[in-house]
Design a protein around this ligand. Sequence first.
Ligand code: ZN
Length: 293
Amino acid sequence: MDGKIIKGIAGFYYVHTPEEDKIYECKAKGIFRNQNIKPLVGDDVEIDTNDQPESCGTIVKIKPRKNELIRPAVANVDQAMIVFAAAEPNPNLNLLDRFLIMMRKQKLNTIVCFNKMDIAAENEISLLKETYKLCGYEVVITSMLQLDGIQDIVQMLKGKTTVLAGPSGVGKSTFINILQPDANMETGVVSVKIKRGKHTTRHSELIYVDKDTYVMDTPGFSSLYIDEIDKEELKDYFVEFHEYDQECRFIGCSHKNEPGCAVKDALKENKISKIRYENYITLYNELMSQKKY
Ligand code: ZN
């Protein structure tokens, strides 16, 4: 029987079979261990359920992977979607940029979703939207609470496996509940007093939404460390610089202190977002001070 691994916990793999819309608890055949193959969430597999207790099986075959992400560890992903709140909490755009860099490094397209449009100021929303559209991202503005913009996202997710990420308290769990009420997720109740969401998702888990449509919910994060990138390489991840950097006086200009920098000129003329440029400098300095191991 064909299925997809949706969760892995302590040597057990939970395999969803779309045909029956059922979940089997499976062990992997010993042969994978001998071949040093570790089944991953997202793997398309064949399972054998003969001579097994009800709802149990053995993974007998792992189909070739389309791709494999390191963080989060998942196979066969088509795209990522990151959710931030447009307000309460205010979006940490440095964190967002870190995430976008990591996904681009793993060659994954990312949709940027700003939630809580019902409580955010209109000019804030347009600024966020313009900033990230200019960087070549698809941007959606939603209110999960008032079910605004949900249909747009559903269309974007259709027929794909999407990694869903975001900090806690931005409405990500509410969104999963809308997509798949059976997922039975405990929605992060945001404390009015501290206005901080609590963690709800503990493991990365694929949620079956519809035929060929899966969403991978990942644990909320509050920091992301960029590594395995050279500081010289960082500017490649800021695509909005590319239009100008050919005009920089120095080849390999870091757009920091060099004279005749076309990127800094574009910044002065507001053609490049100040927020993005500042995040670039912060990350550049961080990479510069990193020890090489
Ligand atoms: Zn430059």
